[in-house]
Design a binder for this molecule. Structure first.
Ligand code: UDP
Length: 475
């Protein structure tokens, strides 16, 4: 019987916490066909249709196991809800692992890899004597912040908030970041959201290693600093394995006709505007963006969702049935019909970013969107909304210098004039040109990192695979 290395991966609830770890698994079994992955899936309510259809396309050596769904309980923050789902699923995770280990011919689990929200499974891994890894599907800078937060929390008196600090925070190997540009989960240190976040960060250090969706050429200083800390045994070993992205096939067919529209535009002439899978603007901001795009007179392809005062409104709940186009300023669609294409709620992003007509991306700076833009060399306009997006925006503007970022007014609203100026500058200005050149360098570097012979991230994964093979079981 062929020797097979068995890995277990554990995502947390929600499509965007499932896809990264499955894509990592796909990369692993593609590079190492003698690996078998079992994915133990917790879910909040019944599995979404996007998750179901995504899981139908798994290769045969990735096997999903579905845990009983946790009832939806409308917690006030999506982080709490995801964490709660994992916590309630822990007994099922333990039982599933035990049963995998006791099945007669599949008794060795070489490694367990968990999503950051599933950090509690580290205890189970240790109890069952399985080596444990975390997968951080984010930047190395965000990972550095996670590992640095316990120290920061200790050093800064708990009565003061990080967002009120005068000076930027200096995390080793990272571009300095103002407290206000950290994840909103750390903005109220007395909240349960913060306490859970801090606890997850503390526990990250208990893993045998941390895989991160970045690559050496993109975040060289940060990765070097993380690896040095690991050598001094202050932190777990870090493995940059990215960019690992969703291939974007399947449900991404061009229902709206936007790809067809792009086919008829000039090369690099279109600004793609999207706030990820759930980012939402207020009505006031939606109006300003619409007028700003119109004022810029540049071409645009805009994914619009119904407005809300909660920027993450659609993140875990995409059930808003209202027509987003009804919320656009009166006459906007008619006035911009020669210049713009508007799509309600969801677009085939990967195909759009790789299209030759796309010349810029106004993005909420979700890490997948950032990496997809890098992979296609598309210059960015950074418009972060929530979670770690503001930290990504700092990396992109101050660190990599591949994005322009609007300042907004004292209420956080970005006005139409500023939007129009930045859009013009990104699409046609000298600054945009410089950004485009730097993005092309990163695009080539990202392709190199994934080369099958000697790519830096391929080699990192090979190094891990060799460690795991030594522990592998039989199937
Ligand atoms: N995406 C897409 N179409 C959309 C919006 C998003 O295909 O209209 C995909 C996008 O390509 C990316 C993911 O959804 O892979 C969004 O992930 P990201 O980390 O950028 O942001 P999040 O949705 O987690 O805020």
């Amino acid at each position: 019987m062929a020797k097979t290395t068995h890995i277990v991966v554990i995502p947390s609830a929600g499509f965007s916490h499932l896809v990264p770890i499955i894509e990592l698994s796909k990369r692993l079994v593609h590079l190492h066909p003698d690996f078998h992955v079992t994915c133990i899936i917790p879910s909040l309510g019944s599995l979404s249709s996007s998750s179901k259809s995504y899981l139908q396309t798994l290769p045969p050596n990735i096997n999903p196991i579905f845990l009983p769904p946790v009832p939806i309980n409308n917690m006030p923050h999506f982080g709490l809800q995801i964490q709660h789902t994992v916590t309630l699923s822990l007994p099922h995770i333990r039982e599933t692992l035990k049963s995998l280990m006791s099945s007669s011919n599949n008794n060795v689990i070489a490694a367990l890899i968990a999503d950051t929200f599933a950090v509690e499974v580290l205890d189970i891994a240790s109890e069952l004597n399985i080596s444990s890894y975390m997968y951080v599907p984010l930047s190395a800078m965000v990972l550095s912040f996670y590992l640095y937060l316990p120290k920061l929390d200790y050093e800064i008196v708990s009565s003061s908030e990080f967002r009120d600090l005068q000076d930027p925070i200096e995390i080793p190997g990272c571009v300095p970041v103002h407290g206000r540009d950290l994840s909103d989960s750390v903005h109220d240190r007395s909240s349960v959201v913060y306490k859970q976040y801090l606890e997850r960060c503390r526990r990250l250090s208990l893993a045998d290693g941390v895989l991160v969706n970045s690559f050496t050429e993109l975040e060289a200083q940060t990765i070097k600093a993380l690896q040095e800390e690991a050598k001094e045994k202050k932190q777990p070993r870090i493995y940059p394995v990215g960019p690992i992205l969703h291939s974007g096939s399947g449900s991404d067919e061009d229902r709206s006709g936007c790809l067809n529209w792009l086919n008829n535009q000039q090369p690099r002439s279109v600004l793609y505007v999207s706030f990820g899978s759930g980012g939402t603007l207020s009505q006031e901001q939606l109006n300003e963006l619409a007028f700003g795009l119109e004022l810029s007179r540049e071409r645009f392809l805009w994914v619009v969702r119904p407005p809300s005062n909660n920027p993450s409104a659609a993140y875990l709940d995409n059930s808003n049935e209202q027509n987003p186009l009804d919320f656009l300023p009166e006459g906007f669609l008619e006035r911009t019909k020669e210049k713009g294409f508007v799509i309600p709620s969801w677009a085939p992003q990967i195909q759009i970013l790789s299209h030759s007509s796309t010349g810029g991306f106004l993005s909420h700076c979700g890490w997948n969107s950032v990496l997809e833009s890098v992979q296609n060399g598309v210059p960015l306009m950074a418009w972060p909304l929530f979670a770690e997006q503001r930290t990504n925006a700092v990396l992109l503007t101050d660190g990599l210098k591949v994005a322009l970022r609007p300042k907004g007014d004292e209420n956080g609203i970005v006005g139409r004039e500023e939007i129009a100026e930045l859009v013009k500058s990104l699409m046609k200005g000298e600054e945009g040109n410089e950004i485009r050149k730097r993005m092309s360098v990163l695009r080539d570097a990202s392709a190199n990192a994934l080369k099958e012979e000697d790519g830096s991230s391929t080699e990192t994964l090979l190094q891990l695979a060799l460690q795991w093979k030594d522990l592998g079981g039989k199937i």
